[in-house]
Design a protein around this ligand. Structure first.
Ligand code: GTP
Ligand code: MG
Length: 387
């Protein structure tokens, strides 16, 4: 290592305001660029500034460092160039990989903190949670994630101590204590969430008995779900050009015609590789979608990755047990796609395949209402399900 004086000017190419370096690697054949763009947006959602995106393609992850040694060198250089101590990985890492990376990246320099995609999304949810229920769910997800890290950390320590053959050092006691405290807190959170679930169930069964069509708006984050919800219900749910603006389910009554009303819910957005701990924790909120008669699956029609997004959403729907609920695809934001006009697209049997609309301008929104009225009248039949 050279010991030359630190230059007092920012080195060439460095971003003096950068707070993080993003690592976005792609495995196999998929396109890495779009993925990296979304990840950068996620990082910036937390107020961080990405100095550099380190991209790359590999056949498979390196078991020890995920990125492989050549890439680790490149990430280390990027961190030092931008004087940033945070590296964010766009995929889920194992506890051992995080540890190895932190060691390798910080060696001979400053401590480096490595975040993976799961932690990144958990952080965003934590920063967004406002309601009591949302906060409980996020805390549960974080603790459950943390406990997997602790258990792995623990076996790692055990191996390190290996030869001594003694049980019970201070490290072990601390970990055991942490684990027990986490366990107790997890139990308490689950009980509280269960209470929320019961309240919601009572409300839902009331709506069910009243014969209302139950509609849930689902879709990828930032697709325009809340905008459509507001258009339909003339409500004022938060709409924002940011990822995960909505975390709580809001349900409103939607008048369709003289004797037909629907109960319509706006839900949390989905994203590719949503952490399992989050999906599990948000089950109470997402239960609305599972119990719905129909899902309005909102898609940003202008998104070049829209088909991939549709698959990601359907995967999460499967995971929460809503894969069989009939859905109408709503290709939203047609105002941004030249050539697309509002319409209901049907198959040869008259089944509704999709609706093209713009929640922002209102074009095609009456068609969504029309489709729902048709469903309410026929008891929810003329639909294609996701599966
Ligand atoms: N041009 C255009 N913009 C739209 C349309 N619908 C929504 N938007 C914009 O897209 C952004 C996201 O809209 P939201 O309704 O908050 O999206 P969401 O799906 O509820 O997002 P999350 O709650 O974060 O999952 C906002 O800036 C909206 O103004 C549309 O039809 N056309
Ligand atoms: Mg929303």
């Amino acid at each position: 290592m050279t010991t030359r004086k630190t230059p007092d000017r920012t080195p060439k190419g460095a971003d003096p305001r950068a707070t993080a370096v993003l690592v976005s690697l792609e495995f196999g054949k998929r396109d890495a660029t779009a993925r990296a763009e979304e990840a950068a947006r996620l990082v910036e959602t937390l107020g961080a500034r990405v100095g550099e995106v380190v991209t790359g393609k590999r056949d498979r992850p390196d078991p020890a460092t995920f990125a492989g040694s050549g890439k680790v060198d490149q990430i280390r250089d990027a961190l030092r160039l931008h004087n940033s101590q945070t590296a964010v990985f766009d995929q889920a890492l194992s506890a051992a990989q995080v540890r190895n990376l932190e060691r390798a990246l910080g060696e001979g320099w400053k401590p480096v903190r490595v975040y993976d995609r799961t932690e990144l999304i958990l952080e965003i949810f934590a920063s967004r949670a406002r309601s009591h229920e949302g906060k409980l769910q996020v805390e549960l997800a974080r603790l459950e994630h943390q406990s997997t890290r602790l258990i792995k950390g623990w076996s790692h320590l055990e191996r390190q101590r290996g030869g001594l053959g003694k049980t019970g050092g201070p490290g072990e006691k601390q970990l055991e204590l942490d684990r027990r405290l986490i366990g107790e807190r997890v139990k308490k959170l689950k009980e509280r969430i269960a209470k929320v679930v019961r309240t919601r169930e009572t409300q839902r069964s009331g709506r069910h008995r009243s014969g209302m069509l139950r509609v849930s708006i689902v879709g990828y984050t930032n697709a325009g779900k809340s905008t459509l919800f507001n258009r339909l219900t003339k409500g004022e749910t938060l709409v924002a050009d940011k990822l995960f603006a909505t975390l709580d389910t809001t349900t409103r009554r939607l008048w369709l015609a003289n004797d037909a009303t629907a109960a319509i819910s706006d839900t949390v957005g989905f994203i590719q590789d949503l952490p399992h701990s989050l999906v599990a924790a948000f089950r109470a909120t997402l239960e609305e979608a599972v119990q719905a008669d129909v899902l309005l699956h909102v898609v940003d029609a202008a998104d070049p990755l829209r088909d991939e997004r549709i698959s990601s959403v359907n995967e999460v729907l499967e995971e929460i047990g809503a894969g069989e609920v009939p859905q109408i695809l709503v290709y939203n934001q047609i105002d941004r796609v030249p050539g697309l006009e509002p319409e209901i697209v049907r198959d040869a049997h008259g089944k509704i395949l999709n609706i093209k609309a713009s929640a922002a301008t209102g074009q095609g929104v009456p068609l969504v209402r029309e489709a729902l009225l048709e469903l309410a009248a026929t008891g929810g039949s003329p639909l294609a399900s996701a599966a």
